[in-house]
Design a protein. Structure first.
Length: 344
């Protein structure tokens, strides 16, 4: 035990339990404690339930995670976009890259230009001997970020359906690429939201891991959906009208699954996720028919169906993870056991 810990005194402060609304109970936080721990109105605190006690932990939003890199190493400059992207996703607030060479500073800033379009809340400042990348952003609820991602994915699917329904270019390539940009931005926001809320106690750690894996699989499905869209645009004119109609049905199934998986997490709806799973399975079942599809239809159609099956396979993994998350959250009690008691 450290000297600080041994010298710590515990002060018991009585508080009256009051009613809020029909069923909620509240207690106030002592003003001195809030001031000492930088807790203000609107901040998030964590409540730790340990049986007969409830501990309040401050979420120290003033503590910032800053990572410093030595820019003299060529690999830092080469992979700077990956470092910044990972830093954003994994909850870092600032990245500082130092180098005595002005040319290196210039190269780093140039290598980050494309990433600035994709990442929200990224600010780059070039100084004489260092580049400062500020990644700080408001702490966002994962459920909110997920719903935003879902809306963009549904919009992308609807544009694909318009493309399949007509020979005209009703949807411009600019519109499609703009939607894709918003999808990736939303993906990164979701991953960052889950990371920060898990690390700061916004979500129980085990549940946070479930959600992070789910968000990662959804990000992979998004990437595959984008690839499918590009291939549909490229090969549309090689499809018969019957093949277009069949492909529209597949895209509609994926759209419904995406909408369900992104909109029914909060509040928790196991039934809705089950429905999404069976929509996904209807697309996955086409895998067994691929050889027949190749024989009966065009090569372009068989290729696009195979790409759609890849999207469905990734969504299936995501839906399974979310199902585990929901069942654990809804029907179980998470608790720590003392390992010493197991041998007793």
């Amino acid at each position: 035990m450290s000297a600080n810990e041994s010298a710590r005194t515990f002060v018991f402060i009585p508080r009256k339990v009051q009613r809020l609304g029909a069923s909620s109970l509240i207690v106030t936080i002592p003003k001195e404690w809030a001031k000492r721990n930088n807790v203000d109105v609107g901040d998030v605190v964590s409540l730790v339930d340990i049986g007969d006690r409830l501990i309040i932990l401050p979420t120290n939003t003033t503590r910032r995670i800053v990572v410093h890199f030595d820019g003299r190493h060529k690999r830092i400059v080469k992979h700077v976009s990956k470092l910044v992207l990972c830093g954003f996703v994994f909850g870092q607030d600032k990245i500082v890259i130092s180098s005595p060479r002005q040319g290196t500073i210039k190269d780093i800033i140039e290598n980050l230009q494309n990433l600035m379009v994709m990442l929200p809340y990224i600010y780059i400042t070039g100084k004489e001997r260092e580049v400062v990348i500020d990644l700080d952003s408001p702490v966002e609820e994962p459920w909110h970020a997920l719903k935003i991602l879902g809306r963009h994915l549904i919009g992308y699917s609807e544009n694909l359906l318009k493309i399949l329904s007509s020979d005209d270019n009703d949807v411009s390539s600019f519109t499609m690429e703009s939607t894709v940009t918003e999808i990736y931005r939303s993906n990164y926001r979701l991953l960052r939201a889950v990371t920060i809320n898990t690390a700061r106690g916004g979500i129980e750690s085990i549940m946070g891991l479930y959600f992070f894996l789910y968000a990662a699989m959804l990000a992979a499905a998004t990437d595959e959906m984008h690839d499918l869209g590009r291939e549909i645009i490229k090969l549309r004119d090689k499809l018969t009208w019957d093949e277009r109609e069949r492909l529209k049905f597949i895209v509609e199934m994926l759209e419904v699954a995406l909408a369900t998986l992104s909109a029914n997490i909060d509040p928790n709806s196991v039934k809705k996720v089950e429905e999404a799973y069976w929509k996904i399975r209807s697309v996955l079942d086409l895998k067994a028919e691929l050889s027949k599809i190749v024989g009966d239809g065009s090569t372009a159609f068989a290729y696009l169906v195979a790409r759609a099956v890849n999207v469905a396979r990734t969504l299936e993994i995501a839906s399974n993870i979310m199902m585990c998350h929901m069942l654990t959250q809804k029907y179980s009690t998470l608790m720590n056991e003392n390992s010493d008691s197991e041998g007793a």
